[in-house]
Design a protein around this ligand. Structure first.
Ligand code: ADP
Ligand code: DP6
Ligand code: CO
Length: 356
């Protein structure tokens, strides 16, 4: 009788919010970026994806499937297929080396995934989503791959996902090889190196963005002159300054680079033709609120950043929680749907919840 056992693994992955942004692909097929980027992975007790991967001979004839927030999602896209293919290839290698292992690579995969925060709204759902998907299947297949190797696979699902494989402060090195084998994430510092770091997430709108990150960055690469300057000089400079700021735990320097890089990224969006606007009036009010918090404090206590969406993430240090959260609680109701303060960097890589 056929083995109808259901093999299962469940994992979570946190979001990461870039302080030097990835925006632009030099190779859309392999998902290779035009520039390196750097982010802080937030704690998975806050914004996270929870994903269960199962496979079974009992699913024979059904094909692979993905249920995202309770709705059937297309798995035929090139990015999802690239992840499935890379993970299956690794399982096949394992099965050939150990003939006693169950033959899982050929079985249909069922992915059930849920984000506990707005999807496709500029809060890095594709980052947590693909990091969790890759990790869940790697666990299901009992792959021996390192987090670096998994980051290479997650990158093919969504660029920003390669950074959510690690906790703490994480760089995605753009690499220069044509096959993308050196375009992967690495931890530049663990969360414990700068444990006072916090973030508050302001949900200005939970609605799905009008222009996806994938499409927006391709339009920018194709039409913006300012973008060329960004990747040639602005980003390399910001990467060097950001790594120095993190190494020195210099919040004023961290904050200035974070805000300048967010402004630079949104300027290239405005320079895209036709222009792309991710920030709205409430986003701009949050920028002004951060400026006034810093002016009132007489030093830099808060730094804003916006991904491809209107929602603000504000970094601050624990000792300044009172000043920062106090101000943001007073602008709640002025167009902000919700918020989550006191979010800290994740101390670990995407965690195994359960693997059977
Ligand atoms: P965001 O700013 O939220 O990252 P993107 O436009 O980059 O928005 O990506 C959104 C897309 O990421 C979704 O439409 C979906 O295809 C994918 N995605 C989001 N969450 C998940 C998940 N948990 N599992 C798999 N894919 C996901
Ligand atoms: C503005 O990683 O979502 O959040 O690789 O096409 O899936 P794809 O794009 P994605 O882009 C993220 C853009 C950003 C900046 C960042 O996270 O670095
Ligand atoms: Co994304």
């Amino acid at each position: 009788m056929a083995d109808t056992k259901v093999y299962r693994a469940t994992t979570t992955a946190p979001v990461n919010i870039a302080v030097v942004k990835y925006w632009g692909k030099r190779d859309a097929k392999l998902n290779l970026p035009t520039n390196s980027s750097l982010s802080v992975t937030l704690s998975q007790s806050d914004l996270r994806t929870l994903t269960t991967a199962t496979c079974s001979a009992a699913y024979a004839g059904q094909g692979d499937s993905l249920l995202l927030n309770g709705e059937a999602s297309d798995v035929s896209g090139a990015r999802t297929q690239a992840c499935f293919r890379a993970l299956r290839e690794r399982r096949i290698a394992l099965e050939s080396a150990n003939p006693s292992l169950p033959k899982l690579a050929g079985l249909p995969l069922r992915i059930v995934t849920e984000n506990n925060f707005p999807t496709a709204a500029g809060l890095a759902s594709s980052a947590a989503g693909f990091a969790a998907l890759v990790r869940a299947i790697a666990d299901l297949y009992e792959l021996p791959d390192t987090p670096s190797q998994l980051s290479l696979i997650a990158r093919q699902g969504s660029g920003s996902a390669c950074r959510s494989v690690f906790g703490g402060y994480v760089a995605w090195r753009m690499g220069d090889k044509a096959d993308g084998s050196d375009s992967l994430a690495e931890q530049v510092a663990p969360a414990s190196a700068w444990p006072e770091m916090r973030a508050v997430v302001l949900v200005v709108s939970a609605a799905k963005k009008g222009v996806s990150s994938t499409s927006g960055m391709q339009q920018t690469v194709a039409t913006s002159g300012l973008f060329q300057e960004r990747i040639r000089t602005v980003v390399p400079d910001n990467m060097a300054k950001m790594e120095a700021a993190i190494a020195a735990q210099d919040f004023a320097a961290f904050a200035e680079v974070t805000m300048r890089d967010s402004n630079s990224f949104h300027a290239t969006c405005a320079d895209t033709y036709p222009p792309i606007f991710y920030m709205n009036d409430v986003s701009r009010a949050a920028v002004r609120a951060v400026e006034s918090i810093n002016a009132k404090a007489g030093r830099t206590v808060a730094a804003y950043t916006f991904d491809a969406g209107p929602n603000a993430v504000v970094y601050y240090l624990e000792k300044d929680a009172g000043i920062v959260l106090g101000t943001f609680s007073s602008i709640l109701g002025a167009g902000v749907d919700g918020w989550k303060g006191g979010v800290s960097p994740s101390t670990e890589q995407a965690a195994d919840v359960d693997a059977t």
